[in-house]
Design a protein around this ligand. Structure first.
Ligand code: SF4
Length: 231
């Protein structure tokens, strides 16, 4: 399939030297708790429904999360928060996402990272965001037929998703509205369908630990996504 070809092509991408070095170093050194595991150590593909109504755009894989398990938001704290909310709101089949083969699946939803390789300190650079943008644009274009909602998790994903949507053929308002939790922008797909872009604070450990993001706040956004996809 086109999506299979995309996954295969991105899995060998080495366009960002800093990130290639980091993803591979982490996969070699490992964290003690995961010493027996073979880390993925490569770009993280989009994951979920192949014909999604809801596309969730994250920041980048965690060094010992997605970069270890090979699946986005799988095996780290941010993912625990995110999947629990998706489960409560009917977008995921299980409450947790532990590893490939755990039975987890997304329901009418797909996840993709704005930057597909794990960055040092979870902070990709703008140049790396730009380098990875064509992958995101291709993923959006392939998902576009039935897409109704795009959820950007955090300001970085919000920044990343605008050029990728534009390159995927979407019509976007100008000027670009600022990111915020609960921000909602109407955009138009290449097929002429009304699509909503939603902003949501990222469920990073820093945000969840400080209470900047609560379960309720995540549930509100994904409940809204569920309403919009049914319209
Ligand atoms: Fe390639 Fe994206 Fe990884 Fe950079 S972050 S090496 S563009 S897959």
């Amino acid at each position: 399939s086109d999506l299979g070809a995309l996954v295969a092509a991105q899995s060998v991408c080495r366009a960002c030297p800093r990130l290639v070095e980091w993803r591979e170093e982490v996969a070699t050194v490992k964290r003690r708790a995961f010493a027996q595991e073979t880390y993925w150590g490569r770009p993280i593909a989009g994951w979920g429904d192949e014909r999604p109504q809801v596309l969730i755009v994250g920041l980048a894989p965690a060094a010992h999360g997605g970069n270890r398990t090979g699946r986005i938001f799988t095996g780290d704290r941010s993912g625990d928060w995110l999947f629990a909310s998706l489960y409560r709101t009917g977008l995921a089949a299980q409450e947790t996402s532990v590893r490939a083969g755990d039975g987890q699946r997304l329901i009418g939803a797909r996840m993709v990272a704005a930057v597909r390789c794990a960055p040092p300190a979870n902070k990709p650079e703008p140049a790396e965001r730009a380098a990875c943008s064509p992958w995101l644009a291709r993923e959006i274009a392939l998902a576009s037929a039935g897409l109704r909602v795009v959820v950007a998790l955090g300001g970085f994903a919000w920044q990343a998703v605008w050029p990728a949507l534009r390159d995927a053929g979407y019509t976007l308002p100008r000027p670009r509205p600022p990111f915020g939790h609960g921000a909602e922008v109407e955009i138009v797909s290449p097929e002429g369908a009304a699509v909503r872009l939603l902003g949501c604070y990222h469920p990073s450990q820093q945000n969840t630990f400080t209470g900047r993001v609560t379960e309720r706040m995540l549930d509100d956004v994904f409940t809204r996504a569920n309403v919009l996809r049914g319209l």
